[in-house]
Design a protein around this ligand. Sequence first.
Ligand code: PLP
Length: 428
Amino acid sequence: MTDRNEAWFERARRVIPGGVNSPVRAFRSVGGTPRFIRRAQGAYLWDENGTRYIDYVGAWGPAIAGHAHPKIVEAVQRAAADGLSFGAPTALEVEMAERLTALLPSLELVRLVSSGTEATMSAIRLARGYTGRACIVKFEGCYHGHADALLVKAGSGALTFGHPSSAGVPEGAARDTLVLPYNDLAAVEAAFAECGDEIAAVIVEPAAGNMNLVKPRPGFLEGLRALCDRHGAVLIFDEVMTGFRVGLQGMQGRTGIRPDLTTLGKVIGGGMPVAAFGGRREIMECVAPLGPVYQAGTLSGSPVAVAAGLASLELVAQPGFYERLEALTARLVSGLQRAAEEAGVPFAADSLGGMFGLYFAPQVPGSYAEVMACDVERFKRFFHAMLAAGHHFAPSAFEAGFVSAAHTKADIDATVEAAHRAFATLGH
Ligand code: PLP
């Protein structure tokens, strides 16, 4: 039989760099042929060969309610019938902003954009405009999209390919980016002690999900809050991944720490291009047209995308949504852990709400350096064994995974069952 995935990949590589429109999709770090997805429904994907997979990538986060959820699809169809984009204000955008500000108390004003990259890029510009300072602090292995100033020692695809800092980023664009180790508060204290009055913002993934899953150590986020307060810097929580993924109020809800600015994406678009940045009124009032910080977008607040996002937010706000999602995710993680133990494979796993991390390491890592010490070769073999058995994990050892509300216990148990067989082939 012709492998249609291979045939499409060959065609794709003739006209698209590496055959993909976002690098991790190319399978470079695990080898082999990416699956070209024809259709998705609930917890499942079907590729161009018609093979079904239980999906733990969830479109890299947005598909928290499951793929093609009927309520989201219906909302999109209804909105599309009224026109695709107007370049003028709409009631839907207002409803979305009202919903976001009601759910996240740290958001007093919020602006919609079309991607997480735009959200973080705009939040940084805003923090600089508000403080009149240039320097920003980010953390090793955290990914905040592909804006120049943030593409320094970044995570996700940047990490996967061993180029955490991109070519094409002029020294000038990255000169004011200070990169510090995640979970190392002493390093942040030292940076503030040295140049606290030059630091405009600290941007952090409040639980890192782009170097696999790395949770903040107790006191780390609290310490960032205190340092920013002391030195007049803006604390930005990049909750593009964790927002509405680890709970209805994201990491700020779980920790009770209130950032000055928050960036959101993924779940708030329900699979369509919606992202946002928002926060304290005084800071957000610096954004154009109220203030001097320019920020704009032809498709910002697109009614079709926002309709999908509103439907997605309605689904996650249903009582018990996160309790069930968290329990399913924990079931997966403990099942995989048990399977690895039985096979004698050094392996650890961790979860947070509906996201999880799998590590070919004796224990759950707490830093970028520890993540880098994981056994990538073993991961590759595990990944391919699982894919061949119909279980779709992220094609990189450095990405978090996602469970959706459409997964059933039977799906999870089938994956654990397959993992037993996969681990058995990996050796001790
Ligand atoms: N910030 C975080 C924490 C992310 O995980 C991502 C994407 O994975 C982004 C920003 C960038 O978002 P986008 O890919 O929508 O530009």
